[in-house]
Ligand binder design. Sequence first.
Ligand SMILES: C[S@@+](CC[C@H](N)C(=O)[O-])C[C@H]1O[C@@H](n2cnc3c(N)ncnc32)[C@H](O)[C@@H]1O
Length: 409
Amino acid sequence: MSQFIPGAADLSDEYLEISEDDRLQEEKHFATVLNAFSKYEQVTFSEINSQLKHYESINPQYLNFLKDYKDRFRAVKHGAIFNYNFFAQILGPHLCEEFKFDLDDGVDILHMNPRKMNVASHQHDERTGPEDIEKVHSTLKQFVRDWSEEGSYEREKCYGPIIAELENIYAQDKRSEISVLTPGSGLGRLSWEIARRGFKSQGNEFSYYMLLSANYILNFVKKTNHFKIFPFIHQRSNNFQKSDPVRCVTIPDVNPSSLPKHSDFSMVAGDFLELYNDQPDQWDCIVTCFFLDTARNVFEYIECIHRALKKGGIWINLGPLLYHYAESYNSFSIELSYDDVKKVIIEMGFELVKEGVQNCTYTTNKKSMMALLYKSVMFTAKKITDKPKTDAWSDVAGRSYNYNRTKHT
Ligand SMILES: C[S@@+](CC[C@H](N)C(=O)[O-])C[C@H]1O[C@@H](n2cnc3c(N)ncnc32)[C@H](O)[C@@H]1O
């Protein structure tokens, strides 16, 4: 059974003590996320309308070469409508009223008014910025990576080697006793695949975009290919064919509720460091996939992983070192190279059992002219000492360092 805690607002105070200020911040942020989903159609239509104006402002003779240009814009709006209907399902419990789609007979999609979902975003009327809408777009692409047939190649390259390593290390008849944590679990497919193979699997995630979406797909969707989404309509460049950006992707490629009957699978909402720093010697295995570089201070992640693992526990990592906060202006961020990371891992009390490079992509559009290839590092490390073994450690251990950690994205 998958158990899901959909956000700090629903966590009891005993579970995670948070101040009133933090709670308000949390609610405000949640409202921003709900609003971003709810304004998707409005924002997308407005972008399409302004592109249409650009086309209509050029020399009409040029448009003779592109007689179907209006149909192309219609197709993009059509895709946006499907995406929006899908978001309405995801937001379900947070909607104030039923959201129905009645396309009036005879209404041309090109001139249709965007709809507006009425979301329960408390008393906050949060503004939706381009970065919020960008996260809604990324959520669509994350669905392709995790829950579509089209994403299977990417998953084979990223999740495949991790799963093979887990299967190699742990014999099948022992797996039900092995607890595996996947922090930064996104839409949950890797954690789900681990549970499917008989492990006790827990995902952890702090982004409300991911949490709301993962909650929906994991707990409410019971059929394969139940939804049509159009994740690439926002990609206007690097298309080979005019049909490429408006192609449909069906999700999910597997039935998310088809886990074996006694599976032990949970997803926990919250910041990895806040949740797992307090769980010493709990986990048999921690899997980080495209996660290590989400740290502002990667030392803290390594320390937390070390602490949370049992002695003899295994850490499997795969991913690049594209430090997420490195490019944000004036943002706290420490960026270590892999040789530094490796030194820290060993000094902190791990033995590096295996390492290599794995070529893989992340939420790639396979029909695009452009693809970003990561030469990801993959390693397996074993916790061999209870306490970090370096002498330098005694100087800093136990102190807490304060900097402005953005809790949610
Ligand atoms: C690059 S994505 C990778 C997602 C997934 N592992 C995959 O491979 O598709 C990193 C994820 O980690 C989450 N994340 C980042 N920092 C986190 C933190 N401190 N605690 C929990 N989740 C975090 C992000 O919200 C994001 O979903």
